[in-house]
Structures are given as structure tokens and as C-alpha cells.
Design a protein around this ligand. Sequence first.
Ligand code: ADE
Length: 262
Amino acid sequence: MKIDIVSVFPEFFDVLRLSLLGKAQDKGLISIAAHDLRDWTHDVHHCVDDTPVGGGAGMVMKPEVWGECLDDLLRADAGRPTLIFPNPSAPLFTQSDATELSGADHLIFGCGRYEGYDARIPEHYRACGIDVREYSIGDYVLNGGEVAAAAMLEAITRLIPGFMGNPESIVEESYTGRNALLEHRQYTKPAQWRGLDVPTILLSGDHGKVDRYRRDEAMRRTDRIRPDLIGRLVCSELDKADLALLGSLGWDLSGEHPTRIE
Ligand code: ADE
């Protein structure tokens, strides 16, 4: 996968050389290039922003500079590119977006700063037939798209086959699959630490019991922390023990999805 990132702080992305992302680049699984948007300016001040039309606080990133930059990056494209603009006012980026995008051959992240970018930039490239996505990574506002781009990039690339040392660790994770639950809590040795015990059932060696304990724990945590995820489970895909537990936690399981009994 080829990844281009456009930012006024391209050095921010030096961290992507670390850890598994660095290894994936060394292996040739992905290539990442961070570009300085100011390289596409023509004025002495390398200006990339201007005041908002219609008034208001802050500055908005100019379409002409982005246009020249993205045209160049798209011209160099061999496969089918996907343009991604982090934006706090866009749909939420989810694990299923990460899974879908892990099959892409070329991603281009356009990181806005200030009050954001001129709305005609994504509109123009969409009209050119390019797959353009705008995503928020959460209901909070960051100083720019860089942190959001790095988060999405990590969520996407770790799903590329061959990226993880142990691909099984992806299968059991939170948010994965149709029946996504928060993951159960994890423990390692020693069995007792500062007066706190590892749940004894995890030491029993009985895999069936361990699986059931973890599944119940995952359900209870999800019920408590993210009941919206319980509401998206598909009742016909739950086993008897799942149904009994959710029933005891106050869920009605007679429909397609669980609903909370008032
Ligand atoms: N830019 C600023 N805040 C953001 C957010 N929450 N998600 C994506 N891009 C952003």
C-alpha cells in the first residue's frame, strides 16, 4: 500500500518509522511519504490559508494550493487512490472503515489546520470520480488533522495481511466483526500482585470455561460501558448462554437486535 500524507507539519509523521509501522515499511509492505503543503505555494510567505468567506473566526485552507498538490500526487498514482480528509464535522471513522481501507492500494491523507479546508476541495475530487472520504475520529476537536490521520493510518495498516507478527491477535479484538463487543480484560503472571488475584477460572486450564468466562466478561463490560454496541448485536447469532446473560442484564431479545427493557 502506498500512503501519501499532506500537512504543514510533515515532520510530525517521523514517528511512523517506529515499531510495527517502521518494520512494515522496511519489509516493503507499505510505503509512506509525508509532504509539506507549503512546497506547492508560489508566494514568498508560503501562504496556505485565508479568511473565511462570510466572516467568522480563524483561517481556512486555500483550495488552489491543495489543488496543485493533490493533482501532482494523483498524477503519480498507478492504482485506484482514496483521498481521506480528517474533519471533526464528518462521519465517525470505525473499525469497518479501517477494514475496508486496508484493501486499498493508495491512500492520500490531506491534513487541514486552522478552521479547516475549503469545502470545494473534496467536492472537486469527488466530481472527478475519485473516492473521497471525510472522517472524524471522535467527538472532540483537535488542532489539526495530523493526529487523526496518524490514528486512522495505524488502524488501517495493521489490518494488512503480513503486518502483524501474530494475525490471530486481530481476530479477537474489540470492534471486530458483526457481533462486536468490547474485549474482555487481560492478565499475565504473577497470579497474585499487590493483593490482587487473577480470576481463578483463567488458571483452570479448562479452555471451554475460560472462553465462556471471557465472553461473559466482554458482554458485561460492553453492557456497562457501550450499551449502543449491545443494541447492534444480531440476536439470532447469539448462543443460549449469551441470551441468558443479556436477559439477566435487562435486554429484550425477541427482536432482530437486543433492546433495553425500560
Ligand atoms: N481535526 C480536528 N479534530 C478532528 C477530529 N476529531 N477528527 C478528525 N479530524 C479532526
